[in-house]
Design a protein around this ligand. Structure first.
Ligand SMILES: C[S@@+](CC[C@H](N)C(=O)[O-])C[C@H]1O[C@@H](n2cnc3c(N)ncnc32)[C@H](O)[C@@H]1O
Length: 288
């Protein structure tokens, strides 16, 4: 009788299967273990029952004799490789998750507003990060997207820590007040800066995820106008290094730009320098 502990796979676990043979491109499969189920791929069939009860890091063989090592799946592996996590929008990729949470100091217990639920990818990460004492109210104007995001969160067992509200925030606003963080990922963030300011507690952290300079400029001006201070714009870089003993060097193919990220804090003081900047913008006719 196998004694189940946290080092052994159990029913309901997400696991990653990594080939122990050469594949054309990097391949990994994420499955959720269910008694009696089978996993099919072009490399053959594996019974879930062969994994349940085995120690983490075990090796399993498909019926076509391909070997895989089995590891507990990480959240980013699940979001990128689990077939029941459906993409319906562009998502915030794991490369930016940590970057955002460090500079915005997002942590256990935080109350967060997210504007633009989309697929629910970043919401999944946030839900895990804030723990059982935190909460995220996520706003999505498209009912169908909200439904799919809800299903995605349910698949990951993270629904108890967030609520997706179907609402256009530009038109109808935000219900909550005194929250720690507002995170915005919509195409016209400058239209909701005022709403975000009202929802935040004094000193609260504001983050805007935004892909173009055009959107960046409009948003920064709006943040200044509302007295946000400590405005910083950052971009995260991630470079994968190929792991081949004869040539350990950066991978030649890569994806290098995701978005700019604005960080700011709510203040009741409008610094004079900002008023001057605004005056100059007005004077130079660069308002838009
Ligand atoms: C790029 S997606 C967000 C992706 C999400 N951050 C993720 O990681 O999965 C942007 C979403 O914002 C929603 N949206 C756009 N404008 C909105 C508004 N005014 N109020 C609420 N949701 C809005 C869109 O319908 C879309 O689903």
């Amino acid at each position: 009788m196998v004694k189940l502990g946290h080092n052994y796979f159990a029913e309901g676990d997400f696991v990653t299967l990594i080939p122990l043979f050469k594949t054309k491109r990097e391949t990994r499969f994420v499955i959720r273990l269910e008694k009696g189920q089978v996993f099919h791929s072009k490399f053959g069939v594996i019974n879930h029952d062969e994994i349940i009860g085995r120690v983490h890091g075990s090796i399993v063989k498909s019926h076509l004799n391909y070997n895989f090592v089995v590891l507990p799946a990480t959240l980013h592996e699940v979001i990128q490789n689990y077939k029941h996590f459906k993409y319906i929008t562009q998502i915030i990729y794991p490369r930016d998750w940590g970057f955002i949470s460090v500079f915005a100091d997002i942590k256990e217990g935080d109350k967060i507003i997210e504007i633009g639920t989309g697929t629910g990818a970043f919401l999944s990460y946030l839900s895990r990060l804030v723990g059982s004492s935190g909460f995220i109210y996520s706003y999505e104007k498209d009912e169908e997207r909200a439904k799919i995001a809800n299903r995605n969160l349910r698949e990951l067992g993270l629904t108890g820590r967030c609520l997706i509200k179907v609402r256009d925030v530009v038109k109808e606003g935000i219900d909550e007040r005194n929250v720690d963080v507002v995170f915005i990922d919509i195409p016209e963030p400058w239209l909701v800066v005022k709403r975000a300011w009202c929802a935040l507690k004094p000193g609260g952290r504001m983050i805007v995820y935004i892909p173009t300079f055009n959107q960046l400029k409009k948003t920064v001006i709006e943040l200044m106008r509302h007295g946000f201070i400590d405005i910083k714009i950052k971009e995260g870089f991630l470079r994968n290094i190929q792991v081949k003993p004869y040539a350990i060097r950066p991978e030649l193919k890569g994806y290098y730009f995701s978005a700019f990220i604005i960080f700011a804090r709510k203040s009741f003081v409008i610094p004079v320098t900002y008023l001057e900047d605004l005056f100059k913008l007005e004077y130079l006719g660069e308002k838009n």
